[in-house]
Design a protein around this ligand. Structure first.
Ligand SMILES: Nc1ncnc2c1ncn2[C@@H]1O[C@H](COP(=O)(O)OP(=O)(O)OP(=O)(O)O)[C@@H](O)[C@H]1O
Ligand SMILES: [Mg+2]
Length: 269
């Protein structure tokens, strides 16, 4: 049975789309048939980060409106087997996603896919609510700063009260904390919250810590999810995250300031 995972945050610009692309790609690389659905109507960032923007013909809203079927609309990733993108519409109004329509599409996707990853828009308005409503699990993307943590806490409230699982009295959505843009140096200086601080405030299980990294920008510029840059710190941190999502126990990395070795101290780097 397909697992529906929403990647959400409340606050904007914290790394949801980056994380959706990376985690979706990681799940597919691990052999699971995966679709990443862009719920951010009007913005269409996911296809840019996935590097398939020129191949978008139809979109999520076309499928909901019966103007195209899923086969015509899903974009198959060229690099990774088992990986598909359902792009968002760029032009339509934000209310184009209806609960019935979204349910129909997700039900059809669930017949084909192992994982359905929903990249949520920011905020707690209808688009974000639509992205989380049908979820089984949630990856709550949070930056180590007070405003982001506060908004994640609001989203946790929504997950436990406004989701289908909540409405139907089923087991709650399984919540995972993904800390992104983590900068140990700034944490050490007291400029950012530590992993422990955030864990204590939000009190949900930590699924990953992604360091602040130039590799993320390079990846998004080249339209290749950062998880495919296996030598990069962020790529490795996302690989660890995917393994944990799949139930493995993996030690956390990139949490402390890297001690510079002799060579690096002398020559920099
Ligand atoms: N680990 C990281 N290191 C450095 N930059 C990052 C990292 N994660 C994300 N970013 C950058 O932060 C910005 C926002 O990322 P992204 O678009 O993934 O966020 P988002 O939560 O999807 O935003 P929105 O709420 O607008 O949808 C991008 O410029 C991205 O490259
Ligand atoms: Mg986004």
């Amino acid at each position: 049975m397909a697992k529906i995972i929403v990647v959400t945050s409340g606050k904007g610009g914290v790394g949801k789309t980056t994380s959706s692309a990376a985690i979706g790609t990681g799940l597919a690389l691990a052999g699971h048939k995966t679709v990443i659905v862009d719920f951010d109507i009007g913005l269409r960032n996911l296809d840019l980060i996935m590097g398939c923007e020129r191949r978008v013909v139809y979109d999520f809203v076309n499928v909901i409106n019966g103007e195209a079927n899923l086969k015509q609309t899903l974009i198959k990733d060229k690099r990774v087997d088992n990986l598909f993108i359902l792009p968002a519409s760029q032009t339509r109004d934000k209310d184009a996603l209806t609960k019935d329509g979204v349910e129909r599409v997700l039900t059809e996707l669930a017949k084909e896919f192992d994982f359905i990853l929903c990249d949520s828009p920011a905020g707690i308005e209808s688009g974000a609510m639509m992205a989380l409503y049908f979820a089984d699990e949630a990856v709550v993307v949070t930056n180590p700063e007070v405003s982001s943590v506060r908004d994640s806490d609001r989203i946790l409230g929504m997950l436990s009260s406004k989701s289908r699982r909540a409405e139907q009295g089923l087991d709650g959505i399984k919540e995972h904390l993904l800390l992104t843009r983590y900068n140990p140096e700034r944490v050490q200086k007291g400029e950012m919250l530590s992993v422990e601080d955030v864990k204590e405030i939000l009190a949900i299980e930590l699924i990953g810590v992604i360091p602040e990294s130039q590799a993320v920008l390079n990846a998004s510029n080249s339209g290749q999810p950062v998880i495919m840059d296996k030598d990069s710190d962020a790529g490795q941190a996302y690989l660890d995250t995917v393994q944990r999502l799949l139930g493995e126990t993996v030690p956390f990395r990139f949490l402390t300031v890297e001690k510079k070795g002799f060579i690096k101290r002398i020559f920099g780097g």
